[in-house]
Design a binder for this molecule. Structure first.
Ligand SMILES: Cc1cc2nc3c(=O)[nH]c(=O)nc-3n(C[C@H](O)[C@H](O)[C@H](O)COP(=O)(O)OP(=O)(O)OC[C@H]3O[C@@H](n4cnc5c(N)ncnc54)[C@H](O)[C@@H]3O)c2cc1C
Length: 373
C-alpha cells in the first residue's frame, strides 16, 4: 500500500517539477504547448523524470516505483501540464498500463514490463479503437487465436497515439466469439517491433502527426503477454478507463491558453465582460481540481472510480472548450498562426470530447450507474 502523503510532500513535489521544467525551458530544451501529454514527445525528458522518481510514482518499490499516493502523483501531473512539458513518451504507460499490469498481470509480466515503464524505457501506445469500434469498443474485431506458445494476432487499430514512437502496444482483441460482444475479449502487451506490425501515420487537421493506423498481420505474441483473464478483458478495461479519464489532463490540456487569457484580461482591465468570464472559469477550475483530487483519493482507497472519472472528463472537456472560446473575446485570436497558443489549442479542441470516450457516451455511462445506485 502507498504511504499517506505528509503535509509538505505535495508542495515539495510541486517545487521539484517547477524547478525542473523552468530549467529545461530556459535551456531551450522544450517550448510549452497545449495538449503536451499527447503531442509533445521527448524520451530524454521522460527519462529525467524517471530518474527523479516522478513517473511510476504509485507503483511498488520492487517494480521501480516510489510507492507514493495518487494524490502525490496528481501534484506532479498538474505541474507538468501547467508547464506544457513534453510528457507524451511516458504518459499512457505510466497512467494506465502499469496500473493494469500491476492489478491483473502475472508476476512474469509485471517483472518484464513494469520496471521498463518506471525507467522510461518502455513507451506504450493504446490499441483499443478500430475503424468500426470507437464508442462501441466492445465491437472490436481484431482477433487473437491460440497457437503453440502463445497467440496469433490479426486486425487493424486506428487513432493510435504515438504508435510511431512506441516500443509496446496495449492491445484489446477478441479471443472467443460467444455471440455476446462484451464476452471473449482479452488484453495483451505486444512488441511494436514484432514481425507483422505496420504503423501508418494519420495527419490531423493542424498538419501534425501524433496518431496512426496500426495493422497486425499474423503477429505472434507469447502466452505470458496476456494481461489478466483470457476472455475477461471487458471487466478489466472498464476499470482501466477510470485511470484514463480521471486525471488532470482532462482539465489542464489547454492550461497555456488560460495563462494567456489571464494576462490578456489584465491588459484589457476595463473589459467587464471578459473579467466576469475569467472569474467564472477560474472558479470552475477550482471545482474541477477538487474532482481530480477526489478521483485520486478514491484510487488511493483501492477503488476504480469509473463514474467520477467519466464525470470529470465530461466537465473538464466543457471547461477547456469554454477557455478557448473566451480567448475569442481578446485580441489574441487575431493571431492567425497555427503555432500560436490559441491556434494550437483551437485546432486540438475538436478532439477533446472524443478521445478517451465521446461526451454522449460518458453521459450514458453516468446515467446508467446512477440508475443502478
Ligand atoms: C486525438 C485523439 C487521440 C486518440 N488516441 C487514441 C489511442 O491512442 N488509442 C485508441 O484506441 N483510440 C484513440 N482515439 C480514439 C477515440 O477513443 C475515439 O475517437 C472515441 O472513442 C470515439 O470513437 P469514434 O471516433 O469511432 O467515433 P464514433 O464512435 O463513431 O462516434 C461519433 C459520434 O457519434 C456519437 N455517438 C457514438 N455512439 C453513441 C451513443 N451510444 N450514444 C450517443 N452518441 C453516440 C459520439 O458522441 C460521437 O460524437 C483517439 C481519438 C482522438 C480524437
Amino acid at each position: 500500500m502507498p504511504h499517506s502523503p505528509g503535509p509538505d510532500s505535495c508542495a515539495e513535489l510541486r517545487t521539484q517539477v517547477r524547478q525542473l521544467t523552468a530549467e529545461w525551458r530556459s535551456a531551450g530544451r522544450y517550448v510549452p504547448r497545449s495538449d503536451s501529454w499527447l503531442r509533445s514527445f521527448d524520451l530524454e525528458f521522460s527519462k529525467e523524470l524517471a530518474a527523479r522518481g516522478l513517473i511510476a510514482m504509485t507503483y511498488p518499490v520492487e517494480f521501480g516505483g516510489a510507492a507514493r499516493t495518487h494524490v502525490e502523483r496528481l501534484a506532479v501531473t498538474e505541474e507538468l501540464l501547467r508547464a506544457g512539458a513534453p510528457v507524451a513518451a511516458h504518459w499512457i504507460g505510466d497512467r494506465q498500463i502499469g496500473p493494469a499490469i500491476l492489478r491483473h498481470g502475472t508476476r512474469e509480466l509485471q517483472e518484464e514490463i513494469v520496471p521498463a515503464i518506471a525507467s522510461g524505457k518502455a513507451v506504450f501506445c493504446l490499441g483499443m479503437s478500430e475503424p468500426e469500434a470507437g464508442s462501441d469498443l466492445a465491437s472490436v474485431r481484431t482477433s487473437a487465436e491460440a497457437v503453440a506458445g502463445g497467440w496469433r494476432i490479426n486486425g487493424h487499430k486506428i487513432w493510435t497515439t504515438q504508435a510511431h514512437h512506441a516500443t509496446h502496444a496495449y492491445l484489446l482483441a477478441r479471443t472467443e466469439r460467444t455471440g455476446r460482444k462484451h464476452e471473449g475479449l482479452t488484453e495483451f502487451v505486444v512488441d511494436m517491433h514484432a514481425e507483422g506490425v505496420t504503423v501508418t501515420p494519420i495527419v490531423d487537421l493542424s498538419g501534425e502527426h501524433h496518431f496512426n493506423e496500426v495493422r497486425f498481420d499474423n503477429v505472434l505474441v507469447p502466452a505470458h503477454r496476456v494481461i489478466g483473464e483470457v476472455g475477461g478483458g471487458w471487466r478489466q478495461i472498464v476499470e482501466q478507463l477510470s485511470f484514463e479519464r480521471g486525471g488532470a489532463e482532462r482539465v489542464l490540456s489547454s492550461y497555456p491558453v488560460l495563462v494567456e487569457l489571464i494576462a490578456e484580461t489584465a491588459r484589457q482591465a476595463g473589459d467587464r465582460e471578459l473579467r466576469a468570464l475569467l472569474g467564472s472559469l477560474v472558479a470552475r477550475l477550482a471545482v474541477l481540481r477538487r474532482l481530480c483530487f477526489e478521483v485520486a483519493q478514491a484510487m488511493d482507497d483501492g477503488q476504480a472510480p469509473v463514474q467520477q472519472a467519466a464525470a470529470l472528463k465530461y466537465l473538464g472537456n466543457a471547461f477547456e472548450h469554454d477557455v478557448i472560446e473566451a480567448l475569442r473575446l481578446t485580441d489574441l485570436c487575431q493571431d492567425p498562426a497555427f503555432d500560436s497558443t490559441f491556434g494550437q489549442a483551437l485546432l486540438a479542441s475538436p478532439a477533446f470530447s472524443l478521445r478517451g470516450g465521446a461526451a454522449e457516451v460518458l453521459l450514458s455511462l453516468i446515467a446508467r450507474q446512477e440508475a443502478r445506485s
